[in-house]
Design a protein around this ligand. Sequence first.
Ligand SMILES: [Zn+2]
Length: 189
Amino acid sequence: MSRRRPTLKLRALYASRRARATSLADGPGYLYAFVDHGRYWKLGMTSNFERRKAQWDNECPCAHRRWLLPIRVTRRRRAESLGHLLLEIVSIDRPKRYCPHCRRTHIEIFIFRGHWNWTWRIVIRPLLLRVAVETLSRLDSNAHTDVSRHPDASDNIDIQMLDLSEVQTFGCLDLSDVQTFGCLDLSDV
Ligand SMILES: [Zn+2]
């Protein structure tokens, strides 16, 4: 039985978390993703990607792990929270998995149909880019991170390369469009 929650519930959670005030503990960093055995996807956030990656590989060594390119975000905690919900919506399962490498049970693991390479390019990466855009400084009084003033903003090539007219469309997509959206190839954006 799949542990993925119903889409309606996930959409409601997404809307409420998106509207929630930004935590003062939040700040810039990265969304990272890796896949073990081409099947078990993990999404996390960190302020220091190389350190976090080394920590994972040390504490949970898996010879069949593939790391994907991290995506810079301005509010990493919110981005991770929203990213987990979007991944769950398009996943086929979110199992708790006993891990033979570290002998712990991992949570927030996602399983998708299809080859990992396709899943990354066509499904996960576009969703994470969407989250990166949605968690940019918003025109609300809660935002304490202004990306235009953030010294690292210029590093965020993924976001900067998006044309602003695209960002509008991007940000206004309803979750019911996630499937369609997932088929967009953003590599040319
Ligand atoms: Zn493990």
